[in-house]
Design a protein. Sequence first.
Lengths: 365, 171
Amino acid sequence: MSALDSFLSPPAETAQRHGPHDRIVMSSRVRLARNLKDAAFPGWAKKTERVKILDTIRPAVEGLPEMKDSFSEAMDNLGVLDRQILVERHLISREHAAKSAGSGLVLNREETFSVMINEEDHLRMQALRPGLQLKQAWAAIDQFDSTLEKKLDYAFDSELGYLTACPTNLGTGIRVSAMLHLPGLVLGEQINPIIQSVNRLGLAVRGLYGEGTEALGNVFQVSNQMTLGETESMIVERLEKVLAQIIEHEENARQTLLEKKPKTVYNHIGRAYGILANAHSISSKETMNLLSLLRLGVDLGLFPGAERALVDELFLITQPAHLQKQFSDKLSAEERDLVRADMVRERLKNVPRPVVKPRPPNTSN
Amino acid sequence: MLCSICKEKPATVHLAQIVGEKMQKLDLCDDCAKAKGVNDTAGFSLADLMLGLGAAQEIEQAAGGVELKCSRCGFTQADFKKSGRLGCPECYKTFSEGLSSLLKTMHKGTRHVGKGPEKLRAATQNADRMRVLQKKLEKAIESENFEEAAHLRDEIRQLTERTTAPRNLTR
């Protein structure tokens, strides 16, 4: 077991984290990009300079009250599997997982603050919260940043704001994002117009692991794109408004599907259950897509007695790195598919097949 | 029309994205469109793609054919074209002309209105206060109000001590 394994909360625990609207909003995140005044950005700095930057920033971050009991490590001291685990838990970016000497990570015990050092910028600090809690996440990272700025000299220009490696992050350096589970909009074939209208508002919609990734398991990330010319609170509020709309559309889509096409819904969820509960080999992609339907089934009350946390835990532990961690021998992709299926079957042993919901008497006609 | 990325093959994919009141346009060939994931609506954002294309051209034009190079870190416009990232905070000054029109298309505004480091704000406030005091001092001396002048001189001395003693502020 690595030091990281013993530090991270077990998936059964992380699946129990709850927040407002977590039926649809899986998590909220606010990240700030900051750079030191007199140093080249990580992508351009030589290794010795990057190491120096890491040595300046890391103790400053470790010394913050929020990071009292933290996991702090240079990226080159972390194994491939550990890095992948961090990506699967959304604690670091895929880009950061690929970094070597001169990059680092400081993560607090509650996994509510994660600081990437020398990712694309010298500092990428993020506050993470379960459910829809953008304002809370912003307040937390704002305070974190205000304490840290006393110890470090940030690159800041009164006209352009915080200077970042990429001009897309210039100004506030803020990215406010939420991870959404939208099976209703996908099944109801309304997701594309929704994505387009969200795009038109200057917001980005991305897949499960951020930039350039697929929307596996009907999970989408919505985030701001513009960072200059607006205050942080304005950006947070705009995103909150849009999210409230998306939540409403998703709830409506689920309701409409149940009313207009109940057979389609039962069919999808029943088949998902059938495969997950009986398969002997299953890929991680298929697992995620089917677990999404199972999650929808739990939300719709088709699995009385089953908790959403069970699905959320499976969502995490069936991912490649989490799965591999449970076995000492290196598994091939095919072997992983076998043990994944075994694990899912075992976990669903006590979950009875989905019920068919009787239509409420007042709405049936 | 040629593809705006490879500039070799004819453009067959034409994109337009409206952000606020501005329209961004891009013409791509099949191969480049595929390579940039244009067909993947979930992961695609025009702003990301515009970067490194438009920006590099803007900078090139602003420089008038001369290759700009950051005196602080040695980063050139060719490097920017390759990566879409800048070399160091100073690069924003080096490439400022070309960047400003890019920032206009990319962001809501071109002026930062969010938070800033507290210690810089204190430093600016102190600098403002210093200017006021110095002007008053000049006036006092001019009008031969030496009592007032002595008083102002003490205040300036105190302010200087306060701002330089605890930390070396460069701004």
